[in-house]
Design a binder for this molecule. Sequence first.
Ligand code: HEM
Length: 284
Amino acid sequence: MTPFTDRQGKFSPLKTVTFGLALLPALVISYWFLTDQLGPLAVKAALRLVGDWTIRFLVIALALTPLQRVLNYPKIALIRRMLGVTAFAYALAHFLLYIVNVKYDLVFVATEIALRIYLTIGFVALLGLSLLAATSFDAAVRRLGKKWKLLHQSVYGIAVLGLLHYFIQTKADVSPATLMAGFYFLLMVYRVFINQRIALKPPVLAASALIAAILTVIAEFAWYGLATGIDPWRIAKANVLFTFGLRPAIIVLLVGLVPVAYVFARDSGIRNWFTARKATVSSL
Ligand code: HEM
């Protein structure tokens, strides 16, 4: 199988588009780097941008199973492995940029990884992703049998490590990290329902959005309360008073409501409404 073909070797537009989109952030960051658009600390800036894309691709890869259920589109399975490997490739590039940023001083790199907890966590996450990428080929799937699925479920734990690394390295505003954690909560809630064989119908999807938003508020509250000197109640209140704009929990809630509207429109309302209107118009 190539990035452009399906299991039968036929050209797959879905895989080709996904491959192009997976490469796009790397190409844009490289372009900015080569054209001096990343400021005086260009390597550090690239390292951070690539880190952002690592966590995004990890979350996107986790979103594919629920998306497949919601859209009722089995072909999504074709791009799951590709996006998992993409997350690994970005994590590796992020790590390599870290090495470049410290002028290839590998002893310093090893010491920092051993001493700085956020780097230790990031490194363990990278090792985990390497193992998953190395066993993502058909031969490994056949050889590992049932153990393969078990091994690949560790991606949920790896994402938690990636998120912790993101939170701990953030110096001031943890909103971007909280937002990614909120999306992760949403996907985990979907997963619980899928594991319980509960269909992702509008009420279940709406409950998932609400639960994820509440978990996001709790995570943010806990982080500000435990890890910073900022009053967590001020941040919690901002979710309802909008004093600091749209907070991550509200964004998670709104994003979680998109599939509710989609499934509702698809399964009932809009299609029936159109057919009923057509019937009325033609009977006039
Ligand atoms: C799966 C593994 C990893 C993920 C998902 C990840 C993700 C991230 C993210 C999202 C950021 C924040 C970027 C921003 O501020 O916009 C970041 C920053 C950073 N990461 Fe990672 N990372 C991973 C592994 C590693 C490893 C292995 C290292 C090096 C040993 C590393 C070193 C750093 C450094 C130095 C920063 C910037 C800190 C600063 O700005 O001072 N990361 N990472």
